[in-house]
Write a protein that binds this ligand. Structure first.
Ligand SMILES: Cc1ncc(C[n+]2csc(CCOP(=O)(O)OP(=O)(O)O)c2C)c(N)n1
Ligand code: SF4
Ligand SMILES: [Mg+2]
Length: 317
């Protein structure tokens, strides 16, 4: 059997060919966030209901009277995607109990951008996770309020230039460190937390499938490169995602019932963050001293994470 036949035989088992977010949407060219949503849908499959906060992924996919969604999908307010998802989950449970729907397992998913998840929808998400709903929440983090014009959020990294944290003579851009959302979710003691990046599609799909298989709440934090807001050419989305992982800026890991595991895709030795900054216009203004301060922080944070993962391996360090 030649390689091509092999590929045909095994590829469908790796990635579902069915597109549940169909083409014809209006995302910018090279948008990694919409690629991530496609991968998520492939991993979730048809028996899924999605509640989506307003944001880029809603704007580009549901221009009236059209929709790109091939699964039941509801657009809700900026603040309450997690509340609506938890309500749908409770509703499905009640209908099943009354025998009004069949026994098919339906996964409920809430999704939002970094603004909808880490800032304005944070309270709703915290409540849904704490109440223990059988749902997944996915944050598509493109590190700013993109669809309204690249305003900074608590997901914007230190030193990035945005329209409301512009770099200039008196400012280096964003002056605060990025909120560590995955750790905040781990502190909720939910069964599963993971980070994903569409530049690593198999790792991405495996983690969504795992979240789907878990009864109870899961949280997925997705690195979502945005060529428009990050001032980078549209062909760089996948390579910048790889650089984020290779430099430790966005480590790939999962936390299952409190146990940390680094993804096998994580390199043994991290690249310097200047490699990650270089192709992005939003970091163009940073001085070597400023880059050094950020590098130090990334190194320390990655060490902390690696220590937690090591603890799992050896059990009692
Ligand atoms: C309460 C409220 N405030 C502001 C808005 C306007 N608004 C809609 S989407 C959005 C930005 C969304 O940012 P994010 O969640 O990061 O998603 P992105 O567009 O970056 O994908 C804003 C400010 C709104 N719809 N509701
Ligand atoms: S602004 Fe960014 S996240 Fe939004 S559709 Fe365009 S590339 Fe994607
Ligand atoms: Mg955003």
């Amino acid at each position: 059997m030649n390689i091509v036949e092999n590929f045909d035989l095994f590829a469908p088992r790796l990635i579902n060919k069915q597109e549940l977010l169909s083409s014809g949407h209006r995302a910018c060219s090279g948008c990694a966030e919409v690629l991530a949503v496609r991968l998520m849908c492939k991993a979730l499959g048809e028996n899924t209901v999605i509640a989506s906060a307003t944001g880029c992924m809603e704007i580009v996919s549901s221009m009236f009277p059209t929709t790109a969604w091939q699964v039941p999908w509801i657009h809700v307010a900026f603040e309450n995607a997690a509340s609506v998802a938890s309500g749908i989950e409770a509703g499905l449970k009640a209908l099943r109990k009354k025998g009004r729907i069949d026994d098919r397992y339906i996964k409920v998913v809430g999704m939002g951008g970094d603004g909808a998840t880490m800032d304005i929808g944070f309270q709703a998400l915290s409540g849904a996770m704490e109440r223990g709903h059988d749902m997944i929440f996915v944050c598509f983090d493109n590190e700013a309020y993109m669809n309204t014009g690249i305003q900074r959020s608590s997901g914007t990294p230190m030193g990035a230039s945005t329209t409301t944290a512009p770099a200039g003579k008196v400012s280096m851009g964003q002056k605060t460190w990025k909120k560590n959302m995955p750790e905040i979710m781990v502190a909720h003691e939910i069964p599963y937390v993971a980070t994903v990046c569409p530049s690593y599609p198999l790792d991405f799909i495996r983690k969504i499938e795992k979240a789907k298989s878990i009864k109870g709440p899961s949280y997925i934090h997705c690195f979502s490169m945005c060529p428009t807001g990050w001032r980078s050419p549209s062909h760089t989305a996948v390579s910048i995602g790889r650089l984020a992982v290779e430099t430790g800026v966005f480590p790939l890991f999962e936390v299952e019932h409190g146990h940390y595991r680094l993804s096998p895709d994580m390199p043994k030795k991290l690249k310097p963050i200047k490699d990650y900054f270089k192709p992005q216009g939003r970091f163009r203004h940073l001085t070597p001293d400023e880059i050094e301060v950020i590098q130090e922080r990334v190194t320390v944070e990655f060490r902390k994470l690696a220590e937690k993962a090591k603890f799992l391996k050896t059990g009692n360090e």
